[in-house]
Design a protein around this ligand. Structure first.
Ligand code: PBG
Length: 325
């Protein structure tokens, strides 16, 4: 059937019709809000490249998450830590007294209804800023699996609801699943950063988490932005090793990858709307160049339309507040 019998504009005449046939709607249940937790008390350090985001000490993090939940109903957060000290391997993160396990215990006590996802990686905890143990100038895959597994166990013991490895070592999902299962955490889900690209869009995050590599870059472990067949192989490996949710990161330059992953495997897919994507919106908005709230809605909708079930985004709170969802 073609024009003039078919007129696609008929169903665009007003908002009632448009909303009736709308295919994609981002809801608050889809969103995870990231936070950066640091030592001390009463600390609220602004992250300059990410307006509205802070390094928060545990006491203020609790207030912030309480407000998020009370004001918006967003009940999922992702935690990153800024530790007191770092070491060569990232072992500081494997102690129950490390910053993130401490924060998780406090959160689960005060706000048990908020799902707490723990990022697992060594880059915030190593002196050199790489995501694992460096041997001869490169990250050693299998040695790194040991710290990742121990860090994951520590986080699960502290009460983390979901473990989210972001390091891109081969075999880490299997190693984490094994140690969790052996210690009574067979019900703790793994959300794996499966297709994580070596991306310039992480720049602001590295200021926030103080995790920039001191030499070289992450291209020997994170993926080449030019590849999407390889992303499917990464995702397949992680599913086989026991990942419950697979992630594509960043989101916007990789919507095609999100779509292929969803179409190919039909498993729960997360997408990370990363720091650089956030900061570009904030910078343009601060200059008065874009309609910020409209752009945020369009961005999140596009990520969901591409196939993501879960969206990790620094816009989570403002999106819910501004859209009354
Ligand atoms: C840790 C990690 C990074 C991000 C999440 N986990 C940074 C990196 O790989 O350098 C980036 C998040 C963001 O940019 O918002 N490996």
């Amino acid at each position: 059937m073609a024009y003039p019998i078919t007129r696609l504009r008929r169903l665009r005449q007003n908002d009632v019709l448009r909303s009736m046939i709308r295919e994609t709607e981002v809801s608050r249940a889809d969103l995870i809000m990231p936070y950066f937790v640091c030592p001390g008390a009463g600390v609220r350090n602004p992250i300059h490249s990410m307006p509205g985001n802070y390094q928060l000490s545990i006491d203020l993090l609790l207030d912030e998450v309480r407000d998020l939940y009370a004001e918006t109903g967003v009940d999922k957060i992702l935690l990153f830590g800024i530790p007191e000290t770092k070491d060569e391997h990232g072992r500081v993160a494997c102690s129950p007294d490390a910053i993130v396990p401490r924060a998780i215990r406090a959160l689960k006590e005060r706000l048990p209804e908020v799902l707490t996802v723990a990022d697992v990686c060594n880059c915030e905890y190593t002196t050199h800023g790489h995501c694992g143990t460096v041997v001869n100038g490169d990250v050693d895959n299998d040695l790194t699996l040991e710290t990742l597994a121990l860090q994951s166990l520590t986080l699960a013991q502290a009460g983390a609801d979901v473990i989210a490895p972001s390091d891109m070592m081969d075999g880490r999902v299997g190693a984490i699943r094994k140690i969790l299962d052996a210690n009574g955490f067979s019900n703790t889900p793994i959300m794996a950063y499966s297709a994580k690209y070596a991306s310039g869009f992480y720049g602001p995050f590295r200021e926030a988490a103080e995790s920039a590599p001191k030499f070289g870059n992450r291209s020997t472990y994170q993926m080449d932005p030019a590849n999407s067949n390889e992303a499917l192989r990464e995702v397949e490996q992680d599913i086989i090793e026991g990942a419950d949710i697979v992630m594509v990161k960043p989101a916007l330059s990789y919507l095609d990858v999100i779509n292929r992953v969803k179409q190919t495997f039909n498993v729960p897919v997360a997408a990370y709307n990363v720091s650089g994507e956030f900061s570009m919106v904030k910078a343009a908005a601060a200059n008065g160049w874009i309609d910020e709230q409209r752009i945020i809605k369009e961005i999140l909708t596009s990520i969901k339309r591409a196939g993501a079930d879960v969206i990790i985004t620094y816009h989570a709170k403002e999106y819910v507040l501004n859209n009354l969802i």
